[in-house]
Write a protein that binds this ligand. Structure first.
Ligand SMILES: Cc1ncc(COP(=O)(O)O)c(C=O)c1O
Length: 398
């Protein structure tokens, strides 16, 4: 018997949620069903909510630092779930993974240096590199037989040609849903070590890995790979705590960590969010069953979408997810015009998805859909999509 009810629809409107409350401002319509930003519509386990309430009732929220209980909770989770072991002083708490990537860029590269990413990838990588005056180099992932792979030759060639100083790895990979294998990570790592490239591993999606796959944390590859390395993790994705602003950054190398801490201080940041730390600690201590059940539920959502598309909209190809709760859909069988695709999704289907174009120019005919929502909402989204595609096909016939 399932302990948690992920079918329950909870109204999130009027909570200033960027997912639910800002359609008019961000998309020009307030009637869209939002399945875009990586933010889930499920309530946390009661124990976590209670721990936050208990802390809130204390009524005093002064400067706070992680104590032993915090380190134990984070280390316990990473040790048990991912076989990741680290010393307390390797861990730096920051307000977010993207913030931490920006710090790494500033700490370990100079303006004008090149940073390599693998598009299609989480768009803030590119924005953060550019906004910090660094050069974006792209090692495009290869879309082959409906699946994504790494072009290792191109990766090394681009590193050499552009004198690349840093690689931002997305593992598991948002949005293509790949859970990189140990062999793939070692190949990437060997190239980075050979050319003195810093590796920033964003593993924020590591708790979302489906049956048959296993997340390999880059830090477990061994010391050879972790001299010029930072690991970005957070309970914010696993337990939807993004609004509480806590990320855990792990840096094994003393020198790298000192440089990173200096950059963090230069940004004026010091103590973490008190409630965010309570929530993170409680989620890691109490959330194991919740996330295991959630993974089952998400697989159910994917199964529903897979069957629905196969039966009703076979022109839309689902990239089979190995991990993450973000599905990547290929609409090239529907239209070859990405502006028309956007009209179809927004104006006809009244859905708010993330258009493929924001993840890189080559994926303009894709859409990313967030499935971390109750099944009924997924069903509604599929019905809206079906009607919109039929209307679109009718209009574009002949
Ligand atoms: C790959 C990846 N990294 C980082 C983030 C955001 O992390 P944070 O809110 O801690 O900056 C997301 C959120 O969707 C993400 O998908």
């Amino acid at each position: 018997m399932a302990k948690y009810n992920f079918d329950k629809i909870i109204n999130r409107k009027n909570t200033d949620s960027i997912k639910w409350d800002f359609g008019l401002q961000r998309k020009g319509r307030d009637d869209l069903l939002p399945l875009w930003v990586a933010d889930m519509d499920f309530r946390l386990p009661d124990e976590v909510v209670k721990d936050i309430e208990t802390r809130a009732h204390h009524g005093i929220f002064g400067y706070t630092d992680p104590g032993n209980k915090y380190y134990d909770a984070v280390r316990g989770w990473y040790g048990k779930r991912h076989g990741v072991h680290f010393e307390n002083d390797w861990l730096i708490v920051t307000p977010g993974v993207v913030y931490s990537i920006a710090l790494a860029i500033r700490a370990f590269t100079k303006p004008g240096d090149s940073v390599i990413i693998q598009q299609p990838v989480y768009y803030p990588f590119m924005e953060t590199i550019k906004l910090n005056g660094r050069n974006v180099v792209n090692n495009q992932l290869v879309y082959k037989d409906g699946h994504y792979e790494i072009d290792f030759e191109d990766f090394e060639k681009k590193i050499i040609e552009n004198d690349v100083k840093m690689f931002i790895l997305c593992s598991p990979h948002n949005p293509v849903g790949r859970v990189w294998t140990k062999e793939e990570l070692v190949r990437l790592g060997d190239i980075c070590v050979a050319h003195d490239v810093y590796v920033v591993a964003d593993e924020i999606h590591s708790d979302f890995v489906y049956s048959g796959y296993k997340h390999t944390s880059y830090i477990t590859l061994g010391e050879k790979y972790t001299k010029r390395f930072i690991l970005g993790t957070s309970a914010s994705k696993s337990f939807n705590l993004a609004g509480l602003q806590v990320a855990n950054i792990i840096i094994p190398d003393d020198e790298a960590r000192a440089a990173y801490r200096k950059e963090n201080a230069a940004s004026g940041y010091s103590q973490p969010n008190a409630l965010g730390m309570v929530a993170t600690m409680s989620a890691y201590n109490n959330g194991e069953e919740w996330i295991d059940e959630l993974l089952n539920y998400l697989e159910g959502n994917t199964n529903y979408i897979r069957s629905f598309l196969k039966e009703n909209l076979p022109e839309i190809h689902l990239i089979e997810p190995e991990g993450t709760y973000l599905l990547w859909l290929d609409f090239s069988g529907i239209t070859t015009d990405h502006k028309k695709l956007e009209e179809l999704i927004v104006d006809k289907a009244k859905l708010w998805l993330d258009p493929g174009i924001i993840f890189g120019r080559q994926t303009a005919l894709f859409e990313r859909i967030n499935i971390a929502t109750p099944r009924k909402i997924i069903e509604q989204a599929m019905d809206q999509l079906y009607n919109a595609v039929k209307e679109f096909q009718e209009e574009n016939r002949g």
